[in-house]
Design a binder for this molecule. Sequence first.
Ligand code: DAH
Length: 487
Amino acid sequence: MAGPRCVASALRLRAAGRSGLALLLQQRSPGSASPARRWQAAYSSGRPKTVEINGKTYPTDPWFNVPSSVLSLTSRKLHLQKDHPVSITRKIIESVFPASTYRYYNTFDPVVSTYENFDSLGFPPDHPGRARTDTYYINESTLLRTHTSAHEAELFRSNPTGGYLISADVYRRDEIDRSHYPVFHQMEGARYWDRSKVPHGDLAAAVLEDLGRLPRHDMTVQDPSPPFHAERNPLQPHHGPAEAEAVGAHLKRSLELMVHEIFTRARKAAVLAEGAAPQDKPLEVRWVEAYFPFTSPSWELEVHYQGDWLEILGCGVSQQSLHIHAGKPDQVGWAFGIGLERVAMLLFQIPDIRLFWSQDERFLSQFRGVEDHLDRLRPFEPFSKHPPCYKDVSFWLGSSSAAGGGLGGAADWHDNDLMEVVRDAAGDCVEDVQLVDRFTHPKTGRKSLCYRINYRSLERTLTNAETNEMHQRVVDGLVKRFGVEIR
Ligand code: DAH
């Protein structure tokens, strides 16, 4: 997570038709974490003393902010459900990284410490990703991991091979639309070499030799930036230039091969399904400089897909401090993280992220047998398109001054608060929520917001009565939890 959101938002289609206002809402200021009392108030009536997740019991405290709808998804493990598109995508990625070098870890528990998720990776104390508006906390020191990087420090210490792949469910409080869901899956990989074990201690030479053994590909790669850059993408003091350059080159080829595998399969599937002529234009990708607290230099990889540049992963040369803290000061290498749903959405042409959680046979049956026969991969065929139903909710926030009580105050408000109320009230029956108007009263300074909620089930046509009921629950939830005044 470079900014408040990295790969999750990075994987979003650029300019995917969002309104300017919706985009505005995504730009969160650092340090916007609200006081714990806000959660105390919001959950005072219903906070359980303990929660059980995958058979273990955890005490909650006023930091607790995990709705039961999200808790109930912690046992689903879509990445391990045979023939589920998330699991198929995992398998395709695994096929590019041989298990002899990259040990696979697919069963790590989603509950991790705040330390593992943030501190161990060098996230500063005021990093916006730590805010309770963005992250699901069980208590102050325990949370639902927001990324698979949470396991990096531990694996740098304990993994017996020179690399690994992790796949796992990750959790983020986020907006509601067709490409965001509070639970999704990531895959993380790393590869490292040990200066004390390579011939003549020449790490760069050993890495380049390994690079020479990797296959080549026919993609067009744009890579305009230098291997490192003093201000924008610095070399670490622990690394020689030749080392960093070699590690960066091995990283880039490895990840290009992964992307090549995914997109070649996506293209083949589309051709088979549509009988279209195979595309003879080579795939095009580009490397873009990036920032992550736990790598330097860092990059994102973008793929040219249907006329757009899509960011699909984050990566870089691992911060040496992580290896040093792991008791392995001689290890040097790279790491990456990729979101599986976004890749699966492209691979299978799945139009809405909620579908991954569907237990409907019309969805699941379309992928049966594919995991063992990847050549049978075909695009998903939508089984229905039910009508949307838009409803607006407009409300005044409370006063932003401390005397105003804080709850529902403009300074405290975060659009993820509304998202959670909507999910609680309507579950997966909401396709997206957009801020359509905001207004500050010129005299009183009070702030008013209007959100448009699109009620649409993937599985059936909603009746008017049930849509009205759900919307009423949203309105009541807003008033009860955040003390807003409905307009
Ligand atoms: N954890 C990052 C995220 O979720 C992705 C990532 C970036 C993982 C760089 C890495 C890495 O291992 O080296 O946004």
